[in-house]
Design a protein around this ligand. Structure first.
Ligand code: NAD
Length: 314
């Protein structure tokens, strides 16, 4: 079943009210997904300029994914948290990535949202257990790590913190499945959860190889895109290991694993590039030099690829 047919089916079922805290890039995208599945969504956004643009942002996404324009009618954008969460069944926080701010927001949510409401954080890397520290009801606090852009990337990592209850996890998994996402239960609250840990293990080795002059950055990216990168959408690494055989995998690891990069922190090559102001697209040079048309071409290529992948999602 495709994501859109799941959404069509979902709209026909009764849906619980949702609150989103922070209507920026992720908050607006998450609001769109819940609303597309038939939920009434209230978005709290404190910045007047951002607040005024939330629904236009959602309309742009709906055009991109050929969604129902009436989806925006189910989204209300408000300027105070109490109004957003008063009748919420489920709250998703998507405010800036600062521990002190998130802790203050969750302390407010505990008093403003119904006791039965689940309180989820979309933090990228902050342990959920730290966000929930000091709360009276940490059993209902959970991580839901959506990926950007939320309307094109199906995964949401559902992160179980030290005190998250089984019922909170079960409800979150069911809710996310019901709106057409692919939730993954992460049973330990570690920085980077599952997918970012894997992604950055790959980036660590990639940076080390370029730093050591084994190949240049463009060649390294081509090696990934033209080989195992092609298989990844249909074959995960452990499926791949089973496919080739664990005896072969063990033999390969005996030779390769001792050779892999072991830096305990960021590579000094990355630190040097940043110190030189080589920040990537935003400065025109990172691991490679980028012209404006090249940057635009990469962005278009990525969005087109993700839109096509979404249409093919089984
Ligand atoms: N951008 C990504 O690719 C991505 C991916 C996954 C997770 N995240 C995480 O999602 C969260 C939001 O990221 P974003 O990229 O949408 O940021 P953003 O800056 O686009 O949006 C954050 C919004 O929160 C608002 N805000 C500020 N203070 C607030 C408060 N006290 N209460 C409510 N809202 C407040 C801001 O005005 C802003 O509009 C962060 O924790 C981020 O790490 C981001």
């Amino acid at each position: 079943m495709t994501e859109s047919s799941l959404e069509d089916q979902a709209v026909t079922q009764p849906r619980q009210p949702i609150a989103i805290i922070g209507g920026g890039l992720m908050g607006a995208g998450i609001a769109q997904i819940f609303a597309a599945a038939g939920h009434q969504v209230k978005v709290f956004e404190p910045n007047a300029e951002v607040r005024a643009g939330v629904l236009d942002r959602v309309r742009d996404v709906l055009k991109l994914v050929s969604g129902d324009p009436a989806t925006v009618d189910r989204i209300t954008v408000v300027d105070n948290m109490a109004e957003a969460v008063a009748d919420a069944f489920y709250v998703t926080e998507a405010a800036p990535e600062r521990l002190d701010l998130k802790r203050a927001i969750f302390a407010q949510l505990e008093t403003l949202a119904p006791r039965t409401a689940i309180l989820a954080s979309n933090t990228s890397v902050i342990p959920i257990t730290r966000i929930a520290e000091g709360l009276a009801t940490p059993d209902r606090v959970v991580g839901t790590h959506w990926w950007n852009p939320p309307y094109l990337v199906p995964l949401v990592e559902v992160v179980q913190a030290a005190n998250t209850s089984a019922a909170t996890i079960d409800t979150t998994m069911a809710l996310l499945r019901g709106i057409g996402k692919k939730p993954a239960h992460v049973k330990k609250d570690l920085p980077g959860f599952v997918a970012n840990r894997l992604q950055h293990a790959l980036w660590r080795e990639a940076i080390a190889m370029v730093a050591e002059g084994i190949c240049d950055a463009a060649t390294l990216d081509d090696c990934v895109k033209s080989s195992f990168g092609l298989r990844l959408p249909v074959l995960g690494p452990l499926e791949n290991a089973d496919l080739v055989g664990l005896d072969l995998t063990l033999d390969i690891h005996k030779t390769i694993i001792p050779e892999l990069d072991r830096h305990a922190g960021p590579h000094e090559f990355l630190e040097k590039l940043v110190a030189e102001g080589k920040l990537g697209f935003k400065s025109g040079e990172g691991f490679r030099r980028w012209t404006k048309p090249e940057i635009e071409a990469v962005r278009v290529r990525l969005i087109n690829h993700l839109v096509a992948a979404r249409q093919k999602t089984p």
